[in-house]
Design a binder for this molecule. Sequence first.
Ligand code: GDP
Ligand code: IMO
Ligand code: MG
Length: 438
Amino acid sequence: MKIDLPGNVCVIGLQWGDEGKGKIVNLLTDPGGPAGQFDLVVRYGGGANAGHSVVVGKEKFAMHLIPSGILSPVATAMITNGVVLDPEVILTEINILHSRSVKVADNLKISDKAHVVFPYHKLQDKLSEERLGNKGIGTTCRGIGPCYSDKASRSHGIRLGELYDRKHFAEKLQAIVNDKNIMFQALYGKGDLDWKAIYDQYCTYADQLKPFVCDTVELLHKSIAQGKRILFEGAQGALLDIDHGTYPYVTSSNSTSAGLSAGTGVPARCVNEFLGIIKAYTTRVGAGPFPTEQSNEVGNYIRERGREYGTTTGRPRRCGWFDAVAVRYSIMIGGIDSLSLMLLDVLSGLDTIKIAVQYKIDGKVLDFFPSDSNLLERAEVVYEELPGWPEEITTATRQEDLPKNAINYLRRLQEVLGCPIKIASVGPERDQTLSLNL
Ligand code: GDP
Ligand code: IMO
Ligand code: MG
């Protein structure tokens, strides 16, 4: 199989995350793989809220911070300034990879400008969600929102590079923890964090991470000048974007392709292809509007067949029909050139498959996705119905192996989305992937 993806490629999720980005990144960074060799694989946004699953034979890996491309024997994996880095999580990931004989040495680079997630960020995330009760966002409680908030505040953010100036780090951390204790006491009636214990722990983490820390902007631009090929591994999905997603039920970073430039220091024009990743249906974890959600036997069928339980939190994912109104919007915002459609195999056995093609809100027909959560909560969905297929398709290796109705479904999706679907995936393994010419 060959997939035509020239130059530098950015993989972007176009729904509410968990589209199968990890599988595609792993496939593309296989040096003998269908798109040729990549020299660098770059995670540029989000943090340990991401969970990218990769299946290689009998082995299953769940990557949270380290790019899925670390499994490539030739690529360098890079975590850039746009990521919020939890040292405890990344060190655990490194240890797990070592125990499974995956090399993590000079093939991992981490930006000195990545902001660091501290225990008070995770605590704040949890306490804030508890306080909001059923009005909560349903975060992963990984401290993502509080860490990005502190980054934007400037006074309370700490970059990884700052941990190597011990005097400066001690003074800054002490002042911040003091403020956090006052805030936690006032809001949640508890505030007894010990700055020195955190300091000691984070100095140990900093020492362990030191061999990987560098100026990733310099390294990226030198690599581009040398003609090296880069794969950018997006995290989350476009509908979770802080600006363009279903605010406030979003994450705290720009998870559409706009996050790439700010998160790496590489201009978007250095990317030759933005590859959008979509599921054959829709899922969402956490709270927020989901117009095509099926809280019924169809949703349960999809959840069980697709094993739709969170990679990071284990939460059952909410499941529903494919939403072409939402994905058209994500394609437009992200400047998406082509698509990879994942988990097509999950839909086998359904008599009828539905695609959301329009919404009706307050009696008005809408083709355009209104990212406003209040409007979306009132959206009635206009569906198109297509016949399903009974056959299992997990052994298909070519487009010709797919049943006629599966091809019809792909063709209709391509038509309503107005973007070529180049790849279809029919199972978690690398070889369960088809190159399409619809
Ligand atoms: P990511 O966050 O976008 O990397 O996606 P996740 O890894 O969180 O969730 C996708 C899940 O679907 C993982 O368990 C993958 O192993 C699995 N997966 C990926 N592609 C396919 C596919 O085509 N078919 C099936 N059945 N599973 C898939
Ligand atoms: P990957 O990269 C799915 C969701 C959370 C919650 C909201 C805010 O695996 O696709 P946060 O912890 O970021 O403050 O939570 O965003 N969320 C994800 N959902 N996949 C992800 O990442 C997600 N990262 C965050 O469930 O609704
Ligand atoms: Mg995931």
